[in-house]
Design a protein around this ligand. Structure first.
Ligand code: FUB
Length: 443
C-alpha cells in the first residue's frame, strides 16, 4: 500500500487531489453524521489486496472543514459482536439522547445468514459495544440505514434484493410492528433494463432522510456496475416515486454506496470508487462532492472528481492538531497512540502529510510536534503549499527509546502568514524514522 501511494504522489495532476479522502487504507460504504459542528464519517474497510468483500472492521473519521480528515481508528469490528462470523459490511450511525447507535450487517455464525447488529457508544468515535448481544433483525439481507423523523419515530430500512423497514422503539435497540416490506414497484424505483427477477432499479445501500418535508431514499441502483439513483415520498413508508440518477456509473468499482448530509450551509454527497492505486471492486475508497439541490428539491447529477469540495472552513494551527488530521499523505500509516487518539507512523525518508487551508494569520513563530522514535529519528521539514514548497522551518527529532515514548520538539519558523496549505515532510536515514502524535504552532 505504501509503495502504491508513493506512486500516486508522483502522478502528474494528483497534486491537488482531495479525493479519495483517505489514502492510507481502503475505505468503503460511507455513512456521514453531523454532530456538534463536525462531520463524522463511518466507513467499512476493504483489506489490502482483497479479492472479495473481505471486511473485518469499521472505521471512523471526522472533519470540521470537509478537506482535512482525522483518523479515529477502528472503534467497532466483527469482534464487537460475539455472534458475528464475517462480512463487516455497510452500516450507518445515528445519535439519540447522547448515545450513538451504529447499525451494521454481518453474517450470523449460528445461521450463516446476514443479520443486522447494533453497536452503541457514548461518543461518536466510540468505543462501540454490542447493544443487545444478538441480531436486532435477521432476514439474510444487508445495508441498514437509520432515520429519526421529526416526531421522534425512528425507522431502520435495509435490503438487497428486497427493501424492508422496522419502526424502532425509542431505545433504538428494539422495534414494534413487525418487519415490513416496501413494495419495489417500477413507479417507485424505476425500471431495470432486462431486470428479470429484479425488475426495478433498486439494488442495495439505501440512504433515507427527510428534507423540507419530503422523504428521500438514495440507493445503489442496477447491477453491475451500479449507479446511484433515488426516489422520494411524502411519508417515511411511501408511496415512493422514482426520480432518476444521482451519480452515474463511474469509477473503477462495480459497487457504489451513497451518504448525504448538510454541513455548514452546503450539501455533500459521499460515495466510493476504486480511485486509489490498487483500487477496484474490492479495494474501494470513499470520496465526497459538494452539491446543491435544485429549487424543486430534486438532486442534480453529481459526478466523481479528484478535486472534491472546497474547504468549508479554515484549520487553526494555534490549537493542537492531531498528526492524523490529513488532507493528503504519502507513505504514512496510522495506529492507536499510547497518549490517546491515533498517531502517524511507519514514516520513511520523504514521506509527507498535507493539511489544507491553515489560517496562520499575522504570523507563526514556532512549530512544536509530539514525536517518538525507537530509531535514530530524523527531521520534520515544515513546508508551505506542497511537498516541494518553501521550507519555513526544520525540527530535528532524536531517538526517544521507543515508538510510543513521546517527547515534544520545537523549532522556529519564518514567513508563515495568511491562509496556506501546510506540508510536514519527514527526512532521515533508512528505515522508519519516528512517529508523530500531534503538532501546533505558536504565534
Ligand atoms: O461493502 C460490502 C457491500 O458492498 C455493501 O454492503 C454494499 O452496499 C456494497 O457496497
Amino acid at each position: 500500500m505504501t509503495a502504491a501511494l508513493c506512486a500516486v504522489a508522483l502522478l502528474p495532476g494528483t497534486a491537488h487531489a482531495d479525493n479519495p479522502i483517505v489514502q492510507h487504507i481502503y475505505t468503503a460504504d460511507p455513512a456521514p453524521l453531523v454532530h456538534n459542528g463536525r462531520v463524522y464519517l463511518y466507513t467499512g474497510h476493504d483489506e489490502d489486496g482483497s479479492t472479495y468483500f473481505t471486511m473485518k472492521d469499521w472505521r471512523v473519521w471526522s472533519s470540521a472543514d470537509m478537506v482535512n480528515w482525522t483518523d479515529h481508528g477502528s472503534p467497532m469490528s466483527l469482534a464487537t459482536f460475539s455472534w458475528a462470523k464475517q462480512d463487516a459490511w455497510a452500516g450507518q450511525a445515528v445519535e439519540r439522547n447522547g448515545k450513538f447507535y451504529w447499525y451494521v450487517p454481518v453474517v450470523n455464525r449460528a445461521t450463516g445468514r446476514m443479520a443486522i447488529g447494533v453497536g452503541v457508544a457514548d461518543s461518536p468515535t466510540g468505543p462501540f459495544r454490542d447493544a443487545i448481544g444478538h441480531p436486532l433483525v435477521e432476514n439474510g439481507e444487508i445495508d441498514p440505514t437509520v432515520f429519526i423523523d421529526d416526531n421522534g419515530q425512528a425507522y431502520l430500512y435495509w435490503g438487497n434484493p428486497n427493501l424492508w423497514y422496522v419502526r424502532l422503539n425509542a431505545d433504538m435497540t428494539s422495534y414494534s410492528g413487525g418487519v415490513n416490506q416496501i413494495p419495489l414497484t417500477t413507479a417507485g424505483f424505476g425500471t431495470r433494463p432486462n431486470g428479470g427477477s429484479r425488475p426495478t432499479m433498486y439494488e442495495e445501500g439505501p440512504w433515507v432522510y427527510k428534507r423540507n418535508g419530503q422523504y428521500y431514499n438514495v440507493f445503489a441502483a442496477k447491477c453491475c456496475s451500479e449507479f446511484i439513483g433515488y426516489s422520494t415520498s411524502p411519508g417515511p413508508t411511501g408511496p415512493w416515486t422514482y426520480r432518476g440518477t444521482v451519480m452515474p456509473t463511474q469509477g473503477s468499482s462495480f459497487t457504489n454506496h451513497p451518504g448525504i448530509v448538510d454541513y455548514k450551509g452546503s450539501s455533500y454527497f459521499f460515495y466510493h470508487n476504486g480511485a486509489l492505486p490498487g483500487g477496484g471492486g474490492y479495494t474501494r475508497s470513499v470520496s465526497v462532492e459538494k452539491f446543491a439541490y435544485n429549487a424543486d428539491g430534486s438532486i442534480p447529477t453529481i459526478n466523481m472528481t479528484n478535486s472534491g469540495p472546497p474547504p468549508a472552513d479554515t484549520l487553526d494551527p494555534y490549537t493542537r492538531q492531531e498528526a492524523e488530521t490529513i488532507n493528503w499523505e504519502s507513505g504514512i500509516e496510522t495506529e492507536p497512540a499510547s497518549e490517546g487518539g491515533m498517531n502517524i507512523g511507519w514514516i520513511e525518508n520523504g514521506d509527507n502529510v498535507k493539511v489544507r487551508n491553515v489560517a496562520f494569520g499575522a504570523g507563526a513563530k514556532t512549530f512544536t510536534a509530539r514525536v517518538a522514535s525507537a530509531s535514530a529519528g530524523g527531521a520534520i521539514e515544515v513546508r508551505l503549499g506542497s511537498a516541494t514548497g518553501t521550507v519555513v522551518g526544520r525540527c530535528t527529532v532524536a531517538g526517544t527509546g521507543g515508538w510510543q515514548t513521546w517527547t515534544s520538539v520545537s523549532c522556529p519558523v519564518t514567513g508563515v502568514t495568511g491562509t496556506q496549505d501546510l506540508v510536514l515532510r519527514f527526512t532521515g536515514g533508512s528505515g522508519y524514522l519516528f512517529n508523530v502524535n500531534w503538532w501546533q504552532f505558536a504565534a
